[in-house]
Design a binder for this molecule. Structure first.
Ligand SMILES: *Cc1c(COP(=O)(O)O)cnc(C)c1O
Length: 219
């Protein structure tokens, strides 16, 4: 702030959760324009805004900052070309679906979904934390829960859960696996099933150590 360096908050993943967490009963430290040095924030509507893929939002503290968003060519033979995005032509269909979804949920709907998702993330963290052989890589504030192990190669658990139908995501540096809790995981019985499957896999892994390794590749 002292040197007037703009500060962008990339809230793409969790933007539509953290904005509603206070109201959902899970207070968070401020991360947004309440902090005087924050100048822009991105939030993906197509993640926890539950809209179809292909829309996102960028917010600027003021319209002067927003001016830098635009690209314009004045001497193009086809006339003045201006665009606020890197992508040129975009589908109005996606914008309409995004708007309709936002209207469908409304603030109340998002608060309700946030409450369910965060509660499930905390339940998974608590459950995993109680399983001997794995440990939480962090105490999750929001919807992503990550674990690792210092008793076995954590990718064995990744493979074991995959075989039981859980498509978790591998991490590296440090090695780990994580789940980004979504609406689907808030259905009754899902958390218990995940915890039970994790317990079973960990038990089996601890009994045998003859499995092949998995390398995590994110593309
Ligand atoms: C999803 C995401 C983005 C943007 O990726 P898109 O594919 O454009 O949606 C940027 N930052 C973070 C942290 C994200 O989770």
């Amino acid at each position: 702030m002292e040197y007037e360096v703009p500060l962008h908050v990339d809230a793409c993943l969790g933007g539509f959760l953290i904005a509603f967490m206070d109201q959902a009963g899970f207070p968070l430290k401020p991360f947004d324009f309440r902090l005087p040095s924050v100048t822009s924030i991105s939030c993906d509507t197509h993640k926890y805004g539950f809209t179809p893929k292909g829309t996102s939002v960028i917010l600027y503290r003021n319209s002067e900052l927003r001016l830098h968003q635009f690209f314009a060519v004045a001497d193009w033979p086809g006339g003045i070309y201006g665009s606020p995005t890197v992508a040129g032509s975009r589908s109005g269909y996606l914008i309409a679906c995004c708007w309709a979804t936002l209207m469908y949920y409304g603030i109340e709907g998002y608060v309700k979904e946030t409450r369910k998702i965060i509660q499930v993330a905390r339940d998974i963290a608590d459950g995993w934390n109680k399983i001997d052989g794995v440990y939480l890589l962090h105490q999750p504030d929001v919807s992503v829960v990550a674990i690792s192990s210092n008793k076995f190669n954590i990718y064995y658990l990744f493979d074991g859960l995959h075989a039981k139908g859980w498509h978790l995501i591998g991490l590296q540096n440090p090695p780990g696996i994580h789940i980004a809790v979504t609406q689907m995981h808030t259905q009754p019985g899902i958390v218990d099933k995940l915890l039970e499957d994790t317990r079973q896999c960990v038990e089996e892994i601890l009994k045998s150590n003859t499995k092949k390794d998995t390398i995590t590749v994110y593309v």
